[in-house]
Design a protein around this ligand. Structure first.
Ligand SMILES: O=P(O)(O)OC[C@H]1O[C@H](OP(=O)(O)OP(=O)(O)O)[C@H](O)[C@@H]1O
Ligand SMILES: O=c1cc[nH]c(=O)[nH]1
Ligand SMILES: [Mg+2]
Length: 209
């Protein structure tokens, strides 16, 4: 069964308060989503494996630790997932990046795919699927299904805000996928927006409406 981890580090909570605030400008919103993406990547990569290497310091030779060459990949769900991409890449710059384009049909709430491009060796990589919002769960389920169809087997999902409804749907559809959340909110409203949430993440990131 999926592990669900709420990352309530004080720095993340502080930044989330500004991300939620409707008075936050597009520029600040973009910077904050990038920063929280980076902070979350720091936690999510805590279990990466290390190997011993020999290093000559200016004083003497010593044994130090380096990442053991584990292959990673991130898959932002377009559009809003792009907001977290660069923050995560700052910490893991050698990760390959795939993209999946999905939009939520406002009537049916189904996720409609319009683009997909993944690394050729996706099956060898630990994949982080990223999107700021997990609302009904339809987009995350669809994105992870697509990533699996292309061969990925080790997948985690990282989002800023989740509704309990979306977490349940995602756990049910992909019990092998661990879920990392900065804030677990109360519920969905009648339009399936997250309450209290932050509004429409894509619109706030890109200044559209
Ligand atoms: O869990 P769900 O009910 O599927 O909702 C979450 C999805 O909705 C938003 O994308 P949106 O469809 O607004 O597309 P956008 O990123 O292009 O704005 C968000 O970024 C998620 O991908
Ligand atoms: O609250 C929500 C729900 C779906 N997509 C968003 O951007 N926000
Ligand atoms: Mg949107």
């Amino acid at each position: 069964m999926s592990k669900v981890q709420v990352m309530d580090h004080p720095l993340i909570q502080h930044k989330m308060s500004y991300i939620r605030d409707e008075k936050t400008s597009t520029k600040e919103f973009r910077e904050l989503v990038d920063e929280v993406g980076m902070l979350m990547a720091y936690e999510v990569t805590r279990d990466l494996t290390l190997e011993d290497v020999s290093v000559q310091t200016p004083v003497q030779e010593t044994t130090a630790k380096r990442l053991s060459g584990k292959k990673l990949g991130i898959v932002p769900i377009l559009r809003a997932g792009l907001g977290m991409q660069d923050g995560i890449l700052k910490l893991i710059p050698s990760a390959r990046v795939g993209h999946i384009g999905l939009y939520r049909d406002p009537e049916t709430l189904e996720a409609v795919e319009y683009y997909a491009k993944f690394p050729g060796d996706i099956e060898e990589r630990d994949i982080f699927v990223i999107d700021p919002m997990l609302a009904t769960g339809a987009s995350a389920v669809e994105a992870i299904t697509a990533v699996k169809k292309h061969g990925a087997t080790k997948i985690r999902f990282i989002c800023l805000i989740a509704a309990p409804e979306g977490v349940d749907v995602l756990k049910e559809a992909h019990p092998d996928v661990d879920i990392y959340i900065a804030a677990l909110d109360e519920k969905l409203n009648e339009k399936s927006y997250i309450v209290p949430g932050l509004g429409d993440a894509g619109d706030r990131l890109f200044g559209t409406r």
